[in-house]
Design a protein around this ligand. Structure first.
Ligand code: NAD
Ligand code: IPM
Ligand code: MN
Length: 352
């Protein structure tokens, strides 16, 4: 019996609804498989925790998490009660940074039965490899309070190591897929980072002669996501470009509630973290209508990470059967609840 120890952080808002849904699916998957067991340990770290304890997680929070095989997180943020820069930098970004989760993999594909807003969705299947540790999300900069002349400065930081690492990951992923990498650039802008990004991309691609490439400015690329997403296989993007593109990836699938993500630690020193693209959706929290598919597909990415692709693929297959059958939450154009979608996924998983 293989056993996986998973730290579960539902977090805030709909994280508390979609995480339990995905755990139910994981437990059902374990039953179906027979040779797997998941041990879930739940941590209440969230904005509510902050209001009680003055911090998003305890001082030894990272030490506690370090011993797990993976971290499964819902969403963080309740901006009505705690400013986002405190909650996010105190939990989500802290884990990404301290656990060197330098790559964020975020797929988007066309599911049968989903109501993509595209006129002709036509089977797109792409993955954004988002650089997850630096770039525009650097800690370099500051605010200067000078009355009317007050200002804020944010310096983007692109290291050769971080840039090259994300690009190599994208090329290696493309070799296992359809052999194409698009670089999201903006080298026509008046700044230093993107010509550097292009230079590194042009060097790295020499090592992968079997992979075809394109470099596309992020503004045009965003438009192509809408007009012809079928042209993409793997896209490598800086931290902020990747962040924005992947909400768009969710939108072209039909809802950002579907989009999954994996924060990958590459050096094996720390656990990786699995959390969907979307946030805590305070506008729908508590209504029981949050789309659980993003979190469930994220669970599938965690299974892939454990080397359990066959089981993961079963989950993905069942998700598509369920959307095709029309069991959908309101964001996907249906009227089913979180519980009904989850129940239908589990029922079909058992029937496989
Ligand atoms: P959001 O992703 O929470 O919501 C954007 C819109 O999408 C909302 O209308 C919401 O109802 C809808 N939506 C999102 N997920 C859905 C789902 N599963 N099912 C149905 N509808 C869904 O983004 P936001 O409103 O910008 O942010 C809300 C909070 O979440 C903020 O505090 C933000 O910082 C935080 N946030 C956290 C993460 C994370 O933890 N990974 C990611 C993004 C935003
Ligand atoms: C995401 C989120 C986070 C990010 C925020 C909440 C800090 O938008 O995971 O996509 O920008 O990385
Ligand atoms: Mn985002």
């Amino acid at each position: 019996m293989k056993k996986f120890e998973i730290a579960v952080i539902p977090g805030d808002g709909i994280g508390k609804e979609v995480v339990p849904a995905a755990l139910t699916v994981l437990n059902t998957a374990a039953e179906v498989h027979g040779g797997i067991r998941f041990d879930f340990t739940e941590f209440p770290w969230s904005c509510d925790y902050y209001l009680k304890h003055g911090q998003m997680m305890p001082d030894d929070g990272l030490q506690i998490l370090q011993g797990f095989d993976a971290i499964f997180l819902g969403a963080v943020g309740n901006p009505r009660l705690v400013p986002d820069h405190i909650s996010l930098w105190g939990l989500l970004i802290k884990i990404r940074r301290e656990f060197e989760q330098v790559i964020n993999i975020r797929p988007a594909k066309c599911f049968k039965g989903l109501c993509s807003p595209l006129v002709n969705p036509n089977d797109f299947d792409l993955i954004v490899v988002r650089e997850n540790s630096e770039g525009e999300y650097s800690e370099v900069g500051g605010r200067i309070h000078r009355g009317e002349d007050e200002l804020a400065i944010q310096n983007a930081v692109f290291t050769r190591k971080g840039t090259e690492r994300a690009m190599r990951y994208a090329f290696e992923l493309a070799q296992k897929r359809r052999g194409h990498v698009t670089s999201a650039t903006k080298s026509n802008g008046i700044f230093h980072s993107m010509p550097f990004w292009d230079e590194v991309f042009n060097e790295v691609k020499q090592d992968y002669p079997d992979v075809a490439t394109a470099s596309i400015h992020i503004d045009a690329l965003a438009a192509f996501f809408v007009t012809r997403p079928q042209m993409f296989d793997v896209i490598v993007a800086s931290n902020l470009f990747g962040d924005i593109l992947t909400d768009l990836g969710g939108a072209i699938m039909g809802s950002i509630g579907i989009a999954p993500a994996a924060n990958i630690n590459l050096n094996g020193k720390y656990p990786s973290m699995f959390e969907p693209v979307h946030g805590s959706a305070p506008d729908i929290y508590g209504k029981g209508i949050a789309n659980p598919i993003g979190q469930i597909w994220t669970a599938k990415m965690m299974l892939d990470h454990f080397g359990e692709e066959e089981l993961g693929n079963k989950i993905l297959k069942v998700i598509e059967e369920v959307t095709e059958a029309g069991v959908k939450t309101p964001d996907m154009g249906g009227s089913a609840s979180t519980r009904e979608v989850t129940g239908e996924i589990c029922r079909r998983l058992k029937a496989l």
